[in-house]
Design a protein around this ligand. Sequence first.
Ligand code: NDP
Length: 331
Amino acid sequence: MPMTHRRIIIIGTGPAGYTAAIYASRANLQPLVLEGVQPGGQLTITTEVENFPGFRNGIQGPELMEELRAQAQRLGTEIASETVLSVELGQRPFRLVTESGAYTCDALVIATGASAKWLGIGKDEDLGRKGGGVSACATCDGFFYRGKDVAVVGGGDTALEEALYLTNFASRVHLVHRREGFRASKAMQDRALAHPKITVHWNQVVADLRTRRFEASPGNEVEKLGSLLLRDIRDGRESSLAVDGLFVAIGHRPNTAFLQGQLPVDANGYLLVEKGSSRTVIPGVFACGDVQDSVYRQAITAAGSGCMAAIDAERWLAETSTSIPKETTHV
Ligand code: NDP
């Protein structure tokens, strides 16, 4: 199996991975980035991004990722279209196995992100990708629903936080939950239940999404969410709820399967890093972006933590370079 050795490998191409690559390139580390199955990460499935500093008129998510990619490459980053299947972190150099080969590296930056969980009914993920009125991020997309009616699905802290945030824009926020009781913190529940703009629909699941098609501009037909088909889990009764937007807030899944338990995670599966740094428990292994952040999950915080990871890695390499065993194979 061909084997390539690099001083630093970065796994993931969201804002965290690309920012780590930009900093590592400028530190002359010639990073290799392995981009994985969803190059560009979650921003490639959003439409307009208005909250990333530096773009006064906003920027399309895929375009922002193209810019970050080009910036990293211009500075000397190499990007390989490879998905990491497994890693061995118990040895130096670290070893990574991908679909087509294997790599070793002295320092590893994990920036594999988290994936929003979708309902898996009535093409919610597809509408989410196309800006069709479904989203998994109120902070990103809430602004587009000024004066409109929206729904949020879920009963955890994320759902209630998103519902409260959406009251800043929407005229009504319908909170749809499958049980008769939230799992969110008491404080969050009190705020949501007391809010005059929030209506809770207990014991309801979203059974289907009803869409409408219209011509947004000559020759450009778009499909948008028009209403939800709700089903009462107690008696199966169905009802229709007209909304312009649906926010799916049923949790995120950090992308850590390839680590096979070699790094500790918190109760929700997010990688643990030393407070105020990107260092994991294994010296030389750093984590940044959503894979280690269940709280902020924003492009700009991911980018910031990517910068931290590259600086931490650079310093660690400078301190330990003499003690890292030389690689065994080069191709
Ligand atoms: P959670 O796993 O806590 O909650 C997910 C919610 O979605 C649950 O209410 C669950 O219902 C519901 N759900 C799951 N699957 C489905 C489905 N298929 N259909 C309908 N509903 C579904 O995820 P969160 O993202 O809310 O929170 C993750 C962690 O992050 C938690 O520890 C949370 O406390 C923390 N967090 C903290 C915040 C803060 O402190 N400000 C803000 C946001 C998150 P059910 O209850 O029936 O299982």
